[in-house]
Design a protein around this ligand. Structure first.
Ligand SMILES: *Cc1c(COP(=O)(O)O)cnc(C)c1O
Length: 458
């Protein structure tokens, strides 16, 4: 039986000469088509041998399978998706998105040569960091600035510069893990310094720091706890006290701010979070933060601080290994310029626009979207969005959501169909309903969202 089935399978040569396959070879690389013919036949053979398949396979099915495999193989792996989760800075979905103007600028820099490391005035060699140093200094009030691959790299580089073969003191309450891959103790180890943990999880006093300072202390480190909060019987040492202590003992105070905002977001209903400008004003020596969290720019790690430390970091050989490319620099420069006018920043930087959008405005957009649907399984409900990216873990933003409540398909079936679209739509599932938070949906995707969902529910 198995032998008969195996014998009946079409031969590779036969398939290659088949009209349908020849058409594929006209459109796609021959090598890939051949690879997928072999892969398909191998799979069928395996299934026959394991008796998963006990009937002959139709030739048309074989050819369709090959066709699908080829198309799949050649489609982009990294692609655009539609974020219906309501998590604005969604680390799995690429964190912050940049606006059209910034994308256009970045692509024009990439399509041609640029003055990345060329000083136009003197005609001599320039430095890539000059393009963003001044704007960062102006916006944060710092004496110097530098940009590297991401904030994890920034922290590692800073500690390697000031605390290599030395000790860095940190509060036990701040030994955080962020996103499953950034852990302060591990980063410290790689930087070549020794972490001195002081205080307890919920309480740390200034004297805990004072008592642990010695001749070999390289830094006082403060880490923003980002994605969690210790509530109740707690005490942390104010940054101002750490700065005073650092000044007295001539030891730099380093602050890993994580997200780092340039704008006071309490106006938009979020908890108090000092801006980078305010933190610099407190006299902290070195501050690091991400480019793609609240800043709303590309992936980057931004370091601002006192000139003497920024100069030392620039000279560190590690900086060369962690440097950013022209895509990052152009996107960051373009994003940062909006911040000269706060109103413009809120309007033009998508992350900020989504955070600041009022409930009424989201609800109005939800109603616009609902009008296109011709389906009683769909309605608008109230819900909550989150900032995400480990920022404001306790804050929620009231929002309007599209709810799909199908009698024909389960929520997980619909969710899977939505994920398998050409531009995948990532939804939230709650109590067997599909939810799309309109806050993180972009208006120019509305038509696509409606036609895709109508198709799925048919
Ligand atoms: C997010 C975060 C990091 C890591 O930043 P990346 O830009 O993702 O490398 C480090 N420290 C804190 C406190 C954070 O919130």
């Amino acid at each position: 039986m198995k032998k008969t089935l195996l014998r009946q399978l079409p031969k590779v040569d036969y398939l290659i000469n088949h009209d349908e396959i020849q058409k594929m070879i006209d459109d796609y690389p021959r090598k890939i088509v051949l690879k997928m013919i072999n892969e398909t036949l191998d799979e069928i053979r395996k299934n026959i041998l394991s008796e998963l398949l006990t009937e002959a396979v139709d030739e048309k099915i074989i050819i369709d399978t090959i066709n699908n495999k080829v198309a799949n193989y050649l489609s982009f792996s990294l692609k655009r998706v539609i974020n219906g989760t309501g998590v604005i800075i969604h680390t799995n979905l690429g964190r912050s998105i940049i606006n059209y103007e910034t994308s256009q600028h970045t692509s024009s820099i990439n399509n041609g040569y640029s003055n990345l490391e060329f000083d136009i005035e003197s005609g001599k060699r320039g430095l890539r960091y000059t393009h963003i140093e001044k704007v960062l200094m102006d916006l944060t009030g710092a004496e110097g600035a530098l940009v590297v691959n991401n904030n994890a790299a920034a922290v590692m580089l800073v500690l390697n510069t000031v605390a290599k073969d030395k000790e860095a003191i940190v509060s036990r309450g701040e030994l955080v893990e962020i996103g499953g891959s950034f852990r302060v103790p591990e980063v410290m180890k790689i930087s070549g310094g020794t972490l001195i943990e002081v205080g307890t999880t919920n309480k740390t006093h200034l004297k805990d720091f004072e008592n642990n300072i010695n001749d070999n202390t390289g830094a006082i480190l403060k880490v923003h706890t980002s994605n969690y909060k210790i509530l109740g019987f707690t005490k942390e040492v104010p940054v101002e006290d750490l700065v005073a202590l650092g000044k007295e003992k001539n030891i730099p105070v380093v602050l890993d701010l994580g997200s780092g905002t340039l704008i006071d977001l309490t106006k938009y209903g979020l908890s108090v979070e000092p801006t980078v400008l305010e933190q610099v004003g407190k006299g902290i020596d070195i501050i690091t933060f991400s480019g793609d969290k609240l800043l709303g720019g590309p992936q980057a790690g931004i370091i601002v601080g006192k000139k003497k430390y920024i100069d030392a970091i620039k000279k560190n050989q590690l900086t060369r290994a962690l440097r950013v490319g022209k895509m990052t620099i152009s996107a960051l420069e373009s994003t940062l310029r909006y911040y000269f006018d706060e109103k413009k920043a809120i309007e033009e930087i998508p992350t900020l626009r989504m955070i600041a959008e009022t409930y009424d405005s989201v609800n109005e957009r939800a109603n616009k979207l609902l009008k296109y649907f011709d389906n009683k399984d769909i309605r608008i409900i109230d819900g909550e969005s989150q900032v995400g990216g480990g920022t404001f873990p306790l804050d929620v933003i009231p929002s309007a959501l599209i709810e799909i409540n199908s009698t024909k398909f389960s929520a997980s079936q619909i969710s899977s169909k939505l994920r398998n679209l050409e531009v995948p739509i990532i939804a939230r599932i709650s109590e067997n309903r599909i939810l799309l938070d309109v806050r993180t949906l972009q208006e120019n995707d509305f038509e696509y969202i409606v036609s895709s969902i109508n198709n799925i529910l048919e």
